[in-house]
Design a protein around this ligand. Structure first.
Ligand SMILES: Nc1nc2c(c(=O)[nH]1)N[C@H]1C(S)=C(S)[C@@H](COP(=O)(O)O)O[C@H]1N2
Ligand SMILES: [Mo]
Length: 362
């Protein structure tokens, strides 16, 4: 049975390398930008490949019972434990929000590093040997069997976020209203997120919108100046990447592109526009191409009424056709810049190209 170490390990190695590479692609902002339209593909492969492989490994590990296993199997315990932590933290990344995601990111990265170190040690210790008995649970047949099983499970896993969304409701207008949204004064169907644990209260009279990188813009303007600009209205389906959506919402405000042009924006030099929030934390950015394609608004009205405080009053960005996280609330800063700008959620794993429908990772 003397299969070489390589013959027994190449499938694991190939899968792990694929997971590592896609993982880096999702983790490092620079890689995410470089991946561009391939990002959702990497996201899909990493998420579902990782779940399938991790589940397969964990099932295979059952053959090591009763624990603690002895002899050569012993060191595999660590790998299986790390795989379990990776799968769990991965699920935390998939389904969690806010600080759950922060913790999950840390644990996921740490356990991935741990697994890589374990592998290096394992390779170092085992390489010269030819093993006479095939490893338990990792025979060719077992690998094929759980590989095929995982493949069959993929469509089900793929559908899971959609099913959860349906169960959670909210994909139709005015779907199950959460007491939370209403208490926060938001319109029905909306979930008024904030990352600062409260909603900034910015009266129109004291609101300022600050500019930088726009040659003809004043340092800042107030409500009367903005209100005097031409206003347009757009009806959109407002869609959050976590699964809820509100159909046919009318936002009214100033066309961002109009304002940028009026203030002398040079997209050849400053191909990125960064937005900041009066909450002092939330940010996002758009490329010149995205601004031309999606025609964002500096919105001050929603469905004919002034924006509620929890939904970004007095002025928020609205990017039709992109997920809600691009639509910075309590907008107080616009800066034209030369370099890449990643937003609050993009720094935490959401794709930089937020076109609705491109993100399958929930
Ligand atoms: N300043 C700020 N803007 C923000 C957010 C936030 O937490 N803070 N959340 C974003 C996300 S993820 C979504 S889905 C929408 C939610 O908009 P709503 O409050 O109108 O429901 O706002 C976006 N803009
Ligand atoms: Mo969102």
């Amino acid at each position: 049975m003397g299969r070489t170490f390589f013959a027994r390990h190449w499938r694991h190695s190939a899968l792990l390398i694929a997971l590592l590479l896609t993982g880096f692609g999702l983790f490092l902002p620079s890689m995410r930008v470089a991946l561009g339209p391939l990002l959702p593909v990497a996201q899909f492969l990493h998420t579902y490949g990782g779940i399938a492989y991790g589940a397969g490994l964990l099932i295979a590990s059952l053959r090591l019972f009763p624990w603690p296993p002895n002899g050569a199997k012993n060191q595999h315990r660590f790998a299986f434990a790390l795989a379990a932590v990776l799968v769990l933290s991965g699920l935390g990344l998939l389904f969690g929000t806010g600080s759950t995601r922060d913790v999950a990111t840390l644990v996921h990265a740490a356990s991935a590093a741990g697994l890589v170190i374990w592998l290096a040690v394992h390779l170092w210790r085992e390489r010269p040997r030819r093993v006479e008995i095939s490893a338990p649970g990792l025979t060719r047949r077992a690998v094929l069997r759980w590989g095929a099983g995982s493949l069959l499970a993929l469509p089900a896993l793929y559908a899971l976020p959609g099913v959860l969304r349906l169960l959670g409701g909210g994909i139709w207008r005015g779907g199950p209203k959460s007491a939370f949204s209403e208490a926060a004064g938001a319109l029905p169907g909306f979930v008024p997120y904030t990352v600062v644990g409260g909603y900034p209260k910015i009266p129109r009279e004291s609101w300022r919108l600050h500019f930088s990188g726009l040659p003809h813009a004043p340092a800042n303007i107030g409500w009367p100046e903005l209100a005097a600009m031409p206003q347009i209205a757009r009806s959109i389906d407002f869609t959050c990447v976590t699964g809820w959506s509100v159909a046919g919402v009318v936002f009214r405000g100033v066309d961002l592109l109009w304002l940028l042009h009026r203030y002398g924006w040079d997209p050849e030099r400053d191909a990125w526009v960064a937005f900041s929030s009066g909450d002092g934390v939330y940010t996002d950015g758009l490329t010149a191409a995205q601004i031309r394609q999606y025609k964002p608004l500096l919105a001050s009205e929603i469905d004919g009424v002034p924006l509620p405080q929890s939904q970004g009053a007095p002025v928020r960005l609205v990017v039709p056709g992109m997920y809600g996280y691009k639509s910075v609330k309590w907008l107080t800063g616009i800066a034209a810049v030369e370099h890449v700008v990643l937003g609050y959620w993009e720094d935490r794993g959401y794709p930089e190209d937020a076109r609705i429908g491109t993100y399958t990772g929930l």
